[in-house]
Design a protein around this ligand. Structure first.
Ligand SMILES: O=C(O)CCC(=O)C(=O)O
Ligand SMILES: [Fe+2]
Length: 284
């Protein structure tokens, strides 16, 4: 994004209050006006959406560090949605911060976001406000198709399609035993491969309800986990300040490498987007 487009987008965004952008209708109205008023933005959004569909992820450089601009831009992909986007129930933008409270953060292993939703968010946007000065906390991406291609045994691929893998659903209160919801993990279809996976949820799910998985499904899960470890598959890069990563949350897994003590100020802003026409926050 050129500097002048970024300035125009930031100026345009300052005329909207974030509460106004809660509904899909106002998000789309703001986006329409932004496209009309800033023709370069209009072109760039179309290019980014096309690249995202073709490549499953795209980085827009020179993006203004502005939550409203992020919401309006993400609305080009669908309905920006606050559910499962951090602890605050209504915030469209969640600050991902490696804070003093968690100064050393282990790698965030490959996962997809919102894995407990009946239909997980189609897209994520991660806008880098501040990278770790040490250059750690790199973004890692791997496609479901590449992971599937790494799994040689067709019977494992068949078993990973079965919607029987337990995902632990934490209690809203944060205490007590989690409940369990079951889903498929990996599916190949005409349109490519789709994936739903979160190691924390699945490990806790298997610990609690693993007895329901037979040997065939346990070994398919292990084959999937081994494929995720394949060294040559992931794309690894450092998001820099002002870089907005848009990614397909159902065809790609994402994660990040560990963040050392210098990374305490690392800061990303995250949005989650439902494709237009897909159901709301219906959990199963
Ligand atoms: O910190 C990161 O780079 C990734 C965070 C993440 O996975 C997320 O916010 O969904
Ligand atoms: Fe994530």
């Amino acid at each position: 994004m050129t500097d002048s487009t970024a300035v125009a987008l930031a100026d345009f965004s300052s005329t909207w209050r974030s509460e106004e952008l809660k509904s899909e209708r106002t998000q789309q109205a703001a986006l329409r006006r932004a496209r009309e008023e800033i023709p370069e933005l209009h072109r760039l959004l179309d290019e980014a959406a096309t690249a995202l569909r073709a490549s499953l992820a795209v980085v827009v450089e020179g993006f203004p560090l502005d939550t409203t601009a992020l919401v309006i831009t993400a609305a080009a992909l669908g309905r920006v949605d606050p559910s499962y986007n951090g602890p605050k129930p209504d915030s469209l933008v969640h600050d991902v911060v490696d804070s003093e409270a968690r100064p050393y953060r282990d790698p965030d292993p490959f996962h997809t976001d919102s894995p407990l939703l009946a239909r997980p968010h189609a897209y994520l946007g991660l806008l880098c406000v501040r990278p770790s000065p040490a250059g750690d906390g790199q973004t890692v991406l791997v496609s479901a198709a590449d992971v599937a291609a790494e799994i040689a045994d067709r019977s494992h691929l068949r078993a990973l399609r079965d919607p029987c893998y337990p995902f632990a659903v934490p209690h809203a209160s944060g205490s007590g035993e989690p409940s369990i919801t079951t889903h498929r993990i990996l599916a190949l279809s005409g349109g490519g491969a789709t994936v739903r996976y979160c190691p924390v949820r699945v490990t806790a799910g298997v610990a609690r309800a693993g007895h329901a998985l037979d040997d065939e499904h346990v070994s398919a899960l292990r084959a999937f986990e081994r494929a995720l470890e394949t060294r040559h598959l992931p794309t690894v890069f450092l998001l820099r300040a002002g870089e907005l990563l848009l990614l397909d949350n159902r065809r790609l897994l994402h994660g990040r490498t560990d963040v050392g003590p210098e990374g305490v100020a690392r800061h990303l802003m995250r949005v989650k987007v439902h494709a237009i026409g897909e159901q709301q926050d219906s959990r199963r």
